[in-house]
Write a protein that binds this ligand. Sequence first.
Ligand SMILES: [Zn+2]
Length: 236
Amino acid sequence: MSETDDVRALMEADRWIDRVRSQKTHLPELNELSSLEGQLRQLLKDLHEAELVVAPVKSEYEGVARESAHLKDRARDLDARLSSSTANARELTAIQGELTHVRELLAANEDRELELLMQVEPLDERVVAIKATAQPAASRRGELIDLIAQLRATLDDELVALRESRTATAAPLSAPLLARYEAALKHSGTSGAAQVIDGRCDGCRIALSPLDYDRFKSLAPDTLMDCPECGRLLLP
Ligand SMILES: [Zn+2]
């Protein structure tokens, strides 16, 4: 193989490494994960809002329900006293009066209790519905995180293998040529060489000036010039 072929093989090895590296950061699963996480953040916000709305209504409902229970007990006691009482007529009238009052309070309280219950139910349902929507999204998120980790590990293994074979591919290059190649790679990324296609460097995609293109075409075999724009070694 000529030195030009050796450089070409190294360029191809580096371009392959670059493709695998970019696959790692452009996994379609990463897009799905990011949109899913956006959705989950919104659902969490909705959930907090729904819980904030339901909390005071629920707490008032619970207070009113406790009060109803208390009034029921009181009415039961008074009832029992009325039916078993040995009290005189005046006391009986007083107990009867209190019982009537307690029953009125209880009726009003139970109306309010029912009213609050009617408010709590749809608010609670909203909380439950948000949780139900979030649940499959959250488990899909878990799956995606695992899947991404697996895919990245596979690509990392592939990169290790590609880097090993790249070392073998770089071995035949002379030290000065390899140094030029590595310097161009460090400067421009992806690869240290590029091909000239239709008068254009396919590394930086910039067309050579007519003068540079003439120079490129008249180079002696195995003599490589740098791209004037990106510095990569130019290959025919
Ligand atoms: Zn270039």
